[in-house]
Design a binder for this molecule. Structure first.
Ligand SMILES: Cc1cc2nc3c(=O)[nH]c(=O)nc-3n(C[C@H](O)[C@H](O)[C@H](O)COP(=O)(O)OP(=O)(O)OC[C@H]3O[C@@H](n4cnc5c(N)ncnc54)[C@H](O)[C@@H]3O)c2cc1C
Length: 222
């Protein structure tokens, strides 16, 4: 195990083992290089393997839960544990990693043999979708809200007429209403005020509670 940067990625047959500090985008690219299919969905998700397991990251119909076989973690007592994916209770953008206080060291992904050109075509298509629909030209925290059952958060926000609404430097993106972008030196407080405003208006108009996907660190801000 590479303990310097914890970012090693290696494959063994149809298994890909990635340490927690590896970027999930690089993991997806390595799968492509090895002609392994299953991780195409992750090709544009910014973040590490550790963060991706913690929140069962996903996009465009795929999620970590679909491909994770097992993980090595350190528990609160400093014990090294090898857990199967089932033991992490991976659900929509959640896992039991925070409740158990696990520190993820590596993940093993079970992939399938694929065709390089086909895998690449899927990744190119997802990259095109992401770049054309998401406001990647501005800093953001990604999707602010979870998908409420039966709805799309972005559509509800758009239909509430909130696109372009700005508090200080934080703005509900004109390009994708599910994103709040930093247009002009926004503070965390402005960002949080705008989140609350959006939640209030969507609740008033549609009776739907928007739950944050973004996590707020700092008890005074919650
Ligand atoms: C523009 C943009 C687009 C995004 N698109 C998507 C998307 O399509 N799908 C999606 O799911 N997410 C998306 N995200 C959100 C986020 O980037 C991902 O969920 C990513 O997987 C989080 O990983 P991270 O390494 O950045 O984690 P961080 O945000 O740094 O951490 C998240 C949590 O994981 C914990 N954590 C991190 N590493 C470990 C570890 N080794 N062991 C235990 N806990 C750990 C942290 O303590 C923290 O509580 C997007 C974000 C942005 C800014």
């Amino acid at each position: 195990m590479n303990l310097n940067r914890l970012n090693e990625i290696k494959t063994d047959g149809l298994k890909l083992v990635a340490q927690s500090g590896a970027r999930i985008i690089d993991v997806s690219r390595e799968a492509l290089a090895q002609r392994l299919t299953g991780l195409e969905f992750a090709c544009g998700i910014p973040g590490s393997v550790g963060g991706a397991l913690y929140m069962n990251a996903g996009a465009y119909g795929g999620e970590i839960k679909d491909v994770l076989e097992s993980t090595v973690v350190v528990d609160k007592n400093g014990e090294l544990l090898t857990l199967s994916a089932d033991q992490l209770d991976l659900e929509y953008r959640t896992s039991n990693i925070p409740d158990n206080g696990y520190i993820v060291l590596e993940g093993t992904f079970a992939l399938k043999e694929g065709n390089y050109d086909e895998i690449k075509a899927v990744m190119d298509d997802l990259t095109f979708k992401r770049e054309s629909k998401q406001p990647l030209e501005y800093p953001s925290c990604g999707s602010v809200f979870k998908r409420p059952p039966g709805y799309f958060a972005g559509k509800l926000i758009q239909d509430s007429g909130l696109q372009g609404t700005q508090i200080g430097g934080a703005q509900v993106s004109q390009k994708h209403a599910g994103f709040i972008v930093n247009k002009d030196n926004a503070t965390a407080d402005e960002y949080i005020q705008l989140i609350r405003h959006v939640q209030t208006i969507v609740k008033e108009k549609f009776g739907v509670t928007l739950e944050r996907e973004v996590r707020i660190i700092g008890e005074d801000l919650e």
